[in-house]
Write a protein that binds this ligand. Structure first.
Ligand code: SIN
Length: 477
């Protein structure tokens, strides 16, 4: 497969920036330079938007089955190139190869799932009060979509947006995170190999603020879908006002994990380690706060420390690695500051000091006990391999503590009593609740949050609606 990782993909062509400006992409594990990518200017962003608009006029009117065939092809090709794509993810993002391979499958599943859903964009005929009338409801693609994606899942988050948008009949201008553009460009080369019509998918690199602002200002862009921080999400809400643009926002999280005294701790441990340390703790749905019933807190802390210490930390390219580096020095510093703040306010470190690694961005898991709401680590998203433990004495206290956050993305419950877990789960103010399960992300399920974690849903049949508008016709005769 021909690939040009140092060029953007616009209107079916590989293009550079006219100014020649570029930015470096580095491996977070080794700091090695992987590539330079163009820094596009405003005019070049506008050209990409215009190309997407032109392509929309044709793409929207193709039979759904044709669009579905393209989506299926893209998913199949991703699986065919799984290993090469996984190496690209690990090189620029840092996660262990086994997780990168899983991410490719996860992403490919979005294309195959939405290939099926593309065929099921049904409307309604509603009985009217007047017997001579019929109310027809049709669903239309919203138009050109701007997709702004994060560095933590450089392929899957883009796939989740593109697959749904394309299935609905929309075209896309996507801007990957500056840290991880190469995976997005890999996907562009897959779209090219699938012979997707020019302009349907455009992948731009360059200054995040500049590209984001152009997408938000453009009248041709009818919707922007964003995964990233709550801070940037709020900026996009403000920027969307001028063009009254539709938004889907998947923002920060602060996931509690309630461990009841009737939980089977040994059986729970695999899920707990996955929920905490996946992608070195750098996911929006990672467990931020363990809320543990006081009767089992000592046992839980001991088990969590024992299991955390067994995880191998290092370069994600090493097949034996369980936890790769954090994305940047700034990310490491932020996590370390949260730990220092917690310790200075009375938290207790339950794991030994981290073992030295050759790379300063690699952090060994840290388990902290005696966490209280006065600490920053209670209210801020950690985004690192740090487990925090707080105890509770009854269900009401567990619920109140879990809900004590401005975020509402994911929450988890471990209990041997399903009716108790369901009762508590319904009182949790979170868009997603895992019961005896932390692997909650699935193409069939509506991913998204409430409160300051954003709005709108991705994946599932609900995710398709985000790219559709309703038109109703009142028909007499
Ligand atoms: C995220 O961290 O934003 C997404 C994680 C997932 O899809 O599982």
């Amino acid at each position: 497969m021909e690939k040009n990782p140092s060029l953007c993909f616009v209107n079916g062509q590989w293009v550079g920036s006219r100014s020649g400006a570029s930015s470096d992409v580095r491996n977070p594990a080794t700091n090695a330079l992987l590539a330079t990518v163009p820094a596009l200017e405003e005019q070049e962003v506008d050209q990409a938007i215009a190309a997407a608009h032109q392509a929309f006029l044709n793409w929207r009117s193709r039979p759904a089955r044709e669009r579905a065939n393209f989506l299926r092809k893209i998913g199949d090709l991703l699986l065919l190139h799984q290993d090469a794509c996984a190496h690209t993810i690990t090189a620029e993002q840092g996660k262990p190869l086994k997780e990168s391979r899983g991410e490719v499958v996860y992403a490919a599943n979005y294309f195959s799932w939405f290939a099926e859903e593309a065929l099921r964009v049904y409307g309604d005929i509603i009985p009217a009060d007047d017997p001579s009338k019929r109310i027809f409801v049709m669903k239309h693609p919203i138009g050109v979509v701007g997709a702004i994606t994060p560095w933590n899942f450089p392929l899957a988050m883009l796939a989740r947006k593109l697959a749904a948008a394309l299935a609905a009949g929309c075209t896309c201008v996507a801007k990957p995170a500056p840290e991880t553009p190469l995976t997005a460009l890999f996907l562009a080369s897959v779209c090219e190999e699938a012979q997707l019509p020019a302009g349907v998918v455009n992948i731009l690199t360059g200054d995040a603020e500049l590209i984001g602002a152009r997408l938000m200002q453009s009248d041709l862009v009818k919707k922007v879908t964003f995964t990233g921080s709550t801070e940037v999400g709020k900026l996009l809400i403000r920027q969307s006002a001028d063009t009254v643009k539709k938004l889907t926002l998947e923002l920060g999280g602060n996931a509690p994990c309630i461990i009841f005294d009737d939980a089977d701790l040994m059986r729970a441990m695999d899920g707990i380690l996955f929920g905490k340390y996946r992608n070195a703790g750098q996911t929006c749905v990672c467990i931020n706060r363990f809320l543990v019933h006081e009767a089992i807190a000592a046992d839980f802390s001991r088990l969590l420390c024992e299991h955390s210490k067994q995880l191998r930390v290092g370069n994600g390219a090493d097949e034996s690695t369980d936890i790769g580096p954090l994305i940047s020095d700034v990310a490491v510093e932020k996590v370390q500051n949260l730990v220092t703040d917690a310790l200075s306010h009375g938290a207790v470190r339950l794991t030994d000091s981290p073992s030295a690694t050759t790379n300063s961005r690699c952090m060994s898991p840290i388990v902290l006990g005696k966490i209280s709401p006065s600490m920053k680590i209670w209210s801020e998203e950690i985004f690192g391999p740090v487990s925090t433990i707080t105890t509770f004495s009854n269900d009401r206290e567990a619920i109140d503590r879990a809900n004590d956050t401005c975020y509402g993305l994911a929450a988890y419950i471990y209990s041997g009593d399903l009716s108790r877990a369901l009762r508590v789960g319904e009182q949790l103010e979170f868009g997603m609740v895992g019961i005896n399960d932390t692997a909650i992300s699935a193409v069939q399920a509506p991913f998204g949050g409430i409160k300051q974690s954003g709005f709108g849903r991705e994946g599932s049949r609900y995710g398709l609606d985000e790219y559709l508008t309703l038109q109703y016709m009142s028909v007499r005769g």
